[in-house]
Design a protein around this ligand. Sequence first.
Ligand code: ATP
Length: 231
Amino acid sequence: MLEVKDLVVTYGAVVAVHGLSLTVKAGQSIALLGANGAGKTSSVEAIAGLIRTRSGRVSIDGRDVTGHPASTVVRRGLALVPQWRELFRNFSVEETLIAARTGAAGRGALPLEQIYALFPVLAERRRQIAGSLSGGEQQMLAIGRALVTNPRVILLDEPSAGLAVGVVRSLVGIVRTIRDSGVGVLLVEQNLEIAQAVAEDCIVLSTGREVWRGPMREAMALDAIRDAYFA
Ligand code: ATP
């Protein structure tokens, strides 16, 4: 289980996240919503240990990981799928998945066959280098790389960005499968429809502050939320 308490992230004098708190339990999916610049990426990057936290606390299964490097955070069971995937372009699909296995630490990595069962296209392309894959395939590889670490919680930063509608639809199905297998999911999204297809509850951010939280279907029904933050 992931617990975030009063997370504050700053860049110099700019406060990007003003005290975010959230909990993601096993098999639960929460969406972090908001327009460009709302502070979503800063939040998940700070939770994952990629950028510094000004204050606040992040814990996984009750163990404090605040301020720990990303390599430690992933070993504790939290895997980030970064916004622009950040794959090693010259690694093959299989090399990418094998390299990620160290992140599983004592939990034991997932067998590659399990990743290939979820993404049959990656099995077909296992010897192809990441840089030559389509955008959708790269996103699948980025998710596969996170899943190999056998995470307790996965953070997905706008997995739909720049992808065609059909690809997004299959990604939605995959994220649901991951959630239903008992992994907690924190999904960053700008698109309410995609978020609703995956998450039960959401937190809406605006200029780094939480402005609403509640069930996704209520957020969808509130014109005030749609108009203010998703116009
Ligand atoms: P997007 O959907 O565009 O990624 P976001 O909701 O993820 O937006 P962030 O990228 O977290 O928002 O940005 C939050 C705020 O922090 C913005 O005002 C942004 O300009 C600022 N910011 C983000 N990264 C940096 C940085 N490296 N240096 C300075 N300011 C930054």
